[in-house]
Design a protein. Structure first.
Length: 77
């Protein structure tokens, strides 16, 4: 199981020009750093990390389908 590299995430976050939600930045980071597109794979990584799991719970995302709805239901600014 892949683990989120929080040090690399911090570096990635510093390169962002606009202030965005940390969870959205984390999702973008996972897609970029780990070259993942599957909501199932991304959800598995998030669920196995204590901090990321709190982020999922805060948004009431309980499964990969919920994450997919969150990803495709949002409008980027």
């Amino acid at each position: 199981m892949l683990k989120i590299n929080w040090d690399e995430f911090k570096e990635y976050k510093q390169t962002r020009h606009k202030k965005t939600d940390n969870f959205l930045t984390l999702l973008d980071f996972i897609k970029s750093y780990y070259h993942m597109r599957s909501a199932i794979d991304i959800y598995d990584i998030l669920r196995h990390d204590e901090l990321a799991e709190l982020m999922l719970d805060k948004r009431d995302i309980k499964d990969a389908e919920g994450l997919e709805k969150y990803l495709f239901g949002r409008v980027d600014e």
